[in-house]
Ligand binder design. Sequence first.
Ligand code: SF4
Ligand code: MSK
Length: 661
Amino acid sequence: MEEKKGISKKKEITPKDVTICDATAQMLEKAKRDGVETAFDRAASMKACPIGADSACCKHCGMGPCRLNSRDPYGKVGVCGATIDTIMSRNFARMVAAGGAAHTDHGMSMLDLFREVVNGNITDYKIKDTQKLEEVAASIGIEVEGRETNDIAMDLYKELERTYTQVEGEIPFAKRVPEKTLETWRKLGIVPRGAMREIMELMHRSHMGVDQHYENITKQCSRTALADGWGGSMVATEISDILFGTPSPVSIEVNMGVLKEDEVNIIVHGHEPNLFESMLVSSKEPSLVEAAQKAGAKGINLVGMCCSGAEMLVRHGIPHAGNFMSTETILVTGAVDAMTVDVQCIKQGLAKVAECYSTPLITTNPRCHIEGAQHIEFNEHNPTSCTDEIVIKAISRFKNRTSEIEIPRIKNIGVHGFSHEYINYMLGGTFRGSYTPLNDNIINGRIRGVAGVVGCTNPRVKQDWVHVELVKELIKNDVLVLQTGCSQIALAKAGLTTPEAAILAGPGLHEVCETVGMPPVLGIGSCVDNSRILIAASAMVKEGGLGHSIADLPVAGAAPEWMSEKAICIGQYFVASGVFTVFGVTFPIIEETKFHKLLFEGLEKQGLGKWGFTADPYEMARMMIAHIDKKRKELGIDKARERVLMDMADRREMEAKYQQA
Ligand code: SF4
Ligand code: MSK
C-alpha cells in the first residue's frame, strides 16, 4: 500500500501505549505496515489548542474572534466586553445544545417511525412489546385498561410529540421525576418545555449580545439538558423498546474476533436501531444468503459497533466488534466487506481507511453524508431496498477480496441487556418486581452505592484503560456499576460484564451478585439509554428509604474517556437531576473562575448535583466513593455499612433488627 496520506509532520505511535485493547493494538501494528493512518496517529500529531481546550475563545461575531488568556482569565475581555465567564458559559451552552439536539433528533426519528407504524403507513416494523407500551402510557397518565393497543399507541404518540414541540408547560416524562426533585426544578425555573423550544432558546441566548450572565446561561443549559435526558433520549429508549423489544440479559461475543474470514462480514455503526433491524432482516433473506454462498462464503456475518451495536447486542445478541476508537482499526483487518453507518460518532477518517482496503463505506441517513463514501438512503417505508443493496455490495466485495486479511483471534464474552424493567424483575422476582431488594442492600451496606460509568473512548487517553481501572476500583469497593455506550464495551472486552467477575467485587457486592447471579457491572444499552439510569434512580427514590430526591441517593456518575458534545449534555442532565458527575480527559473550562465554581460547587448548593473532573481513574473512584459515603452519612446509613464490613455475625444481627423495624 502506498505512503500515508493526510497529516504532514507525524509522530510515531506505539500501539501498546495508546490502547489496552489487544485487538486494536494488533491492527494498529498492521496499519503501520500498510501505511494507513487512524485517529490515534492524528491525535499524536495534532496538538490541542490550549485556549480552545479551556473554551477561552469566542467567535460568536465578526468583531472577534476574541482569545482570552487562560493563565490570566480576568486580565482582559472580548471586543464586546464579554468576560471569561460569559465566553466559557456560552461555549458550554452550545455544546449542550448540540449534544441535546443529537439525542432529541434521534428520539424524534424513533417517534416518526412509531407514528407511521401506528397509522399503518409502515408495515415492515410492528409494535413488539405491548406490555411496555402500556407501562409507558400509564406512567404519563394515559388510560390503558380495556383499550385497543392501537388506540393507546396513538394517544402515546400524541402525548410524546409534546416532548419536542410544546411551547409552554412541562414535558410528559416530568411526571416520572421524583416529587422533591421536580419541586427543586420548578423553584429554579428549569423544568423543560419542548426540546425544540429549549434548544432554540439556548442558541438564541448564546448569540452575541444576548444572555451575558453565566448563572442565567447555566440555568438554560440545565433546562435544555433535562429536555434531552427526561425528554428526547427517554423517548428514544422507550419507543425503541416498544417497537423492537425491551432488553433482557443475553450472553454476547465482543471484540474483533467476531469477524469470520469465511463469511461476508458487514458492520453496522452509528446509533439508530431501525437501520440495524432491517439489516438483520436482509442478512437472513434466503436469496441473499444463497448469493453469499454462491460467492464462496459460508454465510453473512452481521456485526455491530459503537451504539448501534450496543442496541442490537441487548435485543438480539448480535456480536459487537468494538467501541468508538476501534471503528477505523477494524477496517484494517481487511475482512470487513461493508461498513454501513447512520448518524453520530462516525469519523470522517473512516472513508480513507475503507478506501485503502476496498471496503464499501455506506452512509444511509439524509443527515449524514461523507465525502468519499457511497450513499444509499434508508427509508423506513421500504427499508429492505436499502439494506438488501448493502448486503449485495458486501457479497460483491467478498467475491473480489484483494486485501491481506488478518483478524485478531480475540473474543470475549459479556452478559448485557439489564434494562430498568429487568433490574426490577431480577432483584424483586417476576411477580413482585420492585427495587426493594436493591434499596435494602444499599441500606444494609452490602451495596455501598450505585455508579453510572458511561461514554466514549478518546485517543487523548489510552483507549479503555480509564474505564476499566475506574470500574475495577468501584466494584472492589462494593459500588454496583451501571454502564452504557462505548464504556460497557471496554468492560466487556476486559471480561467484567459476566457474573464470574463478581470475584473482583468487594465482599458485600460479591454476595449480592452471587445470590442473584448477576455481574457486578450491568450493561444497559446505548448512549441514549442513559435515560434508563434516570428511571432507575427515580425508582430507587420512589421505593423509599434513600431520601426524597435523586440528589439524596448514594450514587455518582462518570464519563472517564468522553469526547462528544452529547456527553457534555448527558453530564449536564445528570448534574441537573441531582447526580455528582465526574468527567475525565479534559474539562472545557478554566478552573478558579466563577463559572467553574458554579458548575463544581454552586449547583449542588441549589439542590442539584455537581460536576467533578480528574483524568486519573483511581482519583475518580476516590471522588465518587467519597460522595457516595457523604450521601450515606446524610441518610444515616453509614453505620450499617461499617457493621457489614465487620463480620458476618454483626451483619446477621443487623439484618434481624432491620427486618423487625
Ligand atoms: Fe469577541 Fe464579543 Fe464577538 Fe465573542 S461576541 S467574538 S467576545 S466581540
Ligand atoms: S457511540 S457518544 S462514542 S458512547 Fe454512542 Fe460511543 Fe460516545 Fe459515541
